[in-house]
Design a protein around this ligand. Sequence first.
Ligand code: ATP
Ligand code: MG
Length: 140
Amino acid sequence: MANERTFSIIKPDATRRNLTGKINAVFEGAGLRIVAQKRIWMSREMAKTFYAVHAERPFYNDLVDFMCSGPVVVQVLEGENAVAKNRELMGATNPANAAEGTIRKLFAESIEANSVHGSDSPENAAIEIAYFFAGCEIVG
Ligand code: ATP
Ligand code: MG
């Protein structure tokens, strides 16, 4: 698989516990490069738009509240097979089911406060990257 980009968020539970560096060390240690990065506080509208795909799910309102409960770090990761590699490094959505050594197993607090987001396909990665970053902010 050619060089690829994916979108990553370090969620409020992780920034609150000062885990940005520890989480990014996992990405960098696995060969992913951080080619864009910024710390932002999402508005409710941004969080609602970002997770709109889950709008009908019972956890949606709580998820939106959580995502704007503190700062997040939004970033673009680049590397071979970056979308799948990031998902593998993150581990299962529910930390109780996450494999040993994954970010969610190491750091997540709960199925909601699970420390990281990662795009689930190259198509969604392109959409999510364009939502948060201008082309000139991504420096490979
Ligand atoms: P993400 O999209 O954040 O990378 P994911 O793809 O592993 O995570 P999704 O099914 O897309 O999981 O869910 C999006 C987010 O919604 C999860 O990361 C988690 O924060 C929250 N979430 C998912 N399922 C539940 C649930 N049953 N209860 C509470 N929150 C949930
Ligand atoms: Mg998802």
